[in-house]
Ligand binder design. Sequence first.
Ligand SMILES: NC(=O)C1=CN([C@@H]2O[C@H](COP(=O)(O)OP(=O)(O)OC[C@H]3O[C@@H](n4cnc5c(N)ncnc54)[C@H](O)[C@@H]3O)[C@@H](O)[C@H]2O)C=CC1
Ligand SMILES: O=CC(=O)O
Length: 328
Amino acid sequence: MIDGQKILITRKYPAAGMDLLKKEPFQLTFWEKDRPMTPAELAAQAKNHDALLCTLTDRIDQPFLARCSHLEIISQFAVGYDNIDIPEATRKKIPVGFTPDAMSEATADIAFGLMIAAARNFFFLHKTILTGEWGYFNPTGHLGFELKGKTLGILGLGRIGVKMAERCKSAYGMTIIYHNRNRNLSAEKPLDARWVSFDQLLKQSDILSVHCALTPETRHIFDAQAFKQMKPSAVFINTARGPIHHEPDLIQALNQKQIWGAGLDVTDPEPMAPDNLLLSMENVCVLPHIGSGTMEARDQMSVLAAENIIAFYKTGRVPHIVNPEVLA
Ligand SMILES: NC(=O)C1=CN([C@@H]2O[C@H](COP(=O)(O)OP(=O)(O)OC[C@H]3O[C@@H](n4cnc5c(N)ncnc54)[C@H](O)[C@@H]3O)[C@@H](O)[C@H]2O)C=CC1
Ligand SMILES: O=CC(=O)O
């Protein structure tokens, strides 16, 4: 039953979901600043609240949970939840909600866009106009490559990976290979996709697009050893989480031409420093974590994050939950 529970809302989230919360008899606290709270601010605020609506810039780690074990629900505005210590929240019996599929199309669009942008040097060539280097049409300068018929390798063929594969198959007739811990049998047939080992994914992909969660297993899975196995003509795309690739190793692989280029929507750390070497490289395109950055996706994320809290207090259930065992 909703009866004046205090909800801490850690950022400015789209009105679509916040209006749903405002219609209920909650006591809402909105953090009005444009920056995230520091860990100390977050813990101090959360101490006086029953529930938290947070996002990937909030560190919900063991020290935070030790201070805030009274929280009744944590509702994450994102599908990725690597900022939350899920085992610890589960031990403390705190249900964690998230917002799956709200941004699958939007994020796949960014992966697809980065693939074309890196294959054709979009960002670097844009800068040559700004610096006055665009002289004449150059028959041999800054040539990219075509995507038709190439092999797309996906690490993590889940909700977003499938959308990326669909785009590449229908636009360019690409061959789809993927690596997951468990095969995605329902996606294999429509995509004509083939499961391969991680090593084979590295060796066979012309475009390698990352769509798995950041976990201890995937952290720095793209390191010097991995890049060495890739084709010198390959493009590496990461729209999942920055720490999945080891940035110094990626820079070295690009410098040594072990791979052809990279398209990144995520970096480690975020934000990336403006003087980062990757930003001056010809075949590299970097975006500031905007995979879910459409009005449609962000509205839907906001609605799902609000609904998770409302449903929890009305029914005891969380429609989109990371740790269902807490409510079992
Ligand atoms: N750039 C952005 O703004 C966005 C980034 N993301 C990131 O994308 C990730 C994926 O999102 P969804 O597709 O919705 O998740 P999902 O759970 O549907 O798909 C992830 C897939 O990765 C596979 N996987 C997990 N661990 C693996 C491993 N060690 N090796 C190989 N495969 C593994 C899973 O089996 C699953 O098929 C999120 O966790 C998030 O970090 C999500 C949304 C927006
Ligand atoms: O990075 C965004 C997310 O939803 O996860």
